[in-house]
Design a binder for this molecule. Structure first.
Ligand SMILES: [Zn+2]
Length: 58
């Protein structure tokens, strides 16, 4: 099995505004052709929401 190498896109969070330097946690969303990595502060509501969704999938 070949694991495709997909481009990774870093996105600043719209809710907490964390970027690669200030972020404390990351969420990763697998898109159709790329990985979307978003940095968050630890108390960011978006990060908490993503964490719940990810937990629910497993
Ligand atoms: Zn955030």
């Amino acid at each position: 099995m070949v694991i495709p190498i997909v481009p990774t896109t870093l996105r600043p969070c719209r809710a907490c505004g964390a970027d690669e330097e200030r972020g404390q946690a990351r969420t990763v969303v697998i898109g159709e052709d790329r990985l979307l990595v978003t940095w968050h502060l630890s108390h960011c509501p978006h990060y908490l929401a993503d964490f719940v969704l990810a937990d629910r999938d497993s």
